[in-house]
Design a binder for this molecule. Structure first.
Ligand code: 13P
Ligand code: SF4
Length: 308
């Protein structure tokens, strides 16, 4: 029996659901019940009625699913599936930052730990960040953490001053604009689409900026075009499925001369074998301490409410 068939069988026996992010390996995306961006995954997790949630993504995503489903088992194929952006905002330092700015409303990007979410007033993802910022009354000062690139983009889009935490995603900061411009010269008919975790100089070259789901929707709405895609390369699997006839070129990364793509090492530690193993053994489980979980639930639920 193939691993994929074994996973489907076991999933039914255990009443489990498999949620996967677009950056996961293609074979994992194919085995999942739902593939989506961070918002879609949080929404699916909030509606899950399975006994076990297998989260094929990174740790902060599985934590969010656990916060929304404390009574369910949430398993992650590999606990090493972390996130450089989440790691750039540690609880002790962030608590001190908050204390230094007590009058500020705290909006955090979902790519952060449960402890950081527990210190937040509102959570956002790349697909609803603009809406979340706009939901805060204009006279209230805002702290935005942890992604400085998304933060700068939001400031530019809303005209609203925000205090930014100095964090970033190593994958989205690895794109090389010089190589990108070379690629544009060779492909003058290509349109650049980018994820807002990318740096400002790269975003300036983009025709469309949005979440992974937003980028897929944009490409679907413009099937006749050729695209240079500036986000983690895993997205190309679902994107190409949606627009089989369209040419999709991954944006080039700085130190990557062999393969012109950027991959997130954290997302890629999950494999189909590990997915099977974690479903079989129901571990490793992702747990969040009760006090943290209860505090983190409010800003996540507020986001889900405002995203309806
Ligand atoms: P979205 O899929 O929500 O756009 O987020 C991208 C990301 O960096 C996930 O780690
Ligand atoms: Fe974190 Fe970046 Fe990887 Fe997303 S792509 S999980 S933000 S390191």
């Amino acid at each position: 029996m193939s691993l994929k068939v074994k996973i489907q069988k076991l999933k039914k026996e255990k009443n489990a659901v498999i949620l996967a992010h677009y950056y996961q390996r293609p074979e994992i995306q194919e085995a999942a019940d739902y593939v989506g961006d961070s918002l879609g995954l949080a929404q699916m997790a909030s509606r899950a009625n399975a006994d076990i949630i297998v989260f094929a993504g990174v740790h902060f995503m599985a934590e969010t699913a656990k916060i929304l489903n404390p009574a369910k088992k949430v398993v992650l194929p590999d606990l090493n599936a972390g996130c450089s952006l989440a790691d750039s905002c540690l609880p002790k330092a962030f608590a001190a930052f908050k204390v230094a700015h007590p009058d500020h409303v705290v909006i955090t990007y979902i790519n952060c730990s449960a402890e950081i979410k527990a210190m937040s007033d509102l959570v956002c993802t790349s697909s609803n960040a603009l809406k979340m910022v706009k939901s805060i009354p204009a006279d209230r000062p805002i702290i935005f953490a942890p992604d400085r690139n998304l933060g700068k983009y939001l400031i530019q889009q809303t005209g609203r001053e925000m205090l930014l935490w100095d964090g970033s995603c190593m994958v989205h900061e690895a794109f090389c604009v010089d190589k990108l411009l070379d690629l544009c010269q060779k492909n003058p008919d290509a349109v650049i689409i980018a994820h807002p975790e990318s740096e400002e100089h790269l975003l300036k070259t983009a025709t469309y900026i949005g979440s992974t789901a937003g980028m897929i929707q944009y490409v679907k709405a413009h099937p006749e075009e050729k695209f240079i895609v500036a986000t983690e390369a895993g997205i190309l699997h679902e994107m190409q499925k949606q627009v089989p006839g369209t040419v999709l070129i991954p944006a080039p990364a700085i130190e990557d001369n062999s393969c012109a793509c950027s991959e997130c090492a954290y997302m890629k530690v999950n494999t189909l074998q590990k997915l099977y193993d974690c479903l079989l053994h129901e571990c490793p489980q992702v747990d969040v301490p009760k006090d943290v979980r209860e505090k983190a639930l409010f800003p996540i639920e507020r986001m889900l409410q405002l995203s309806k």
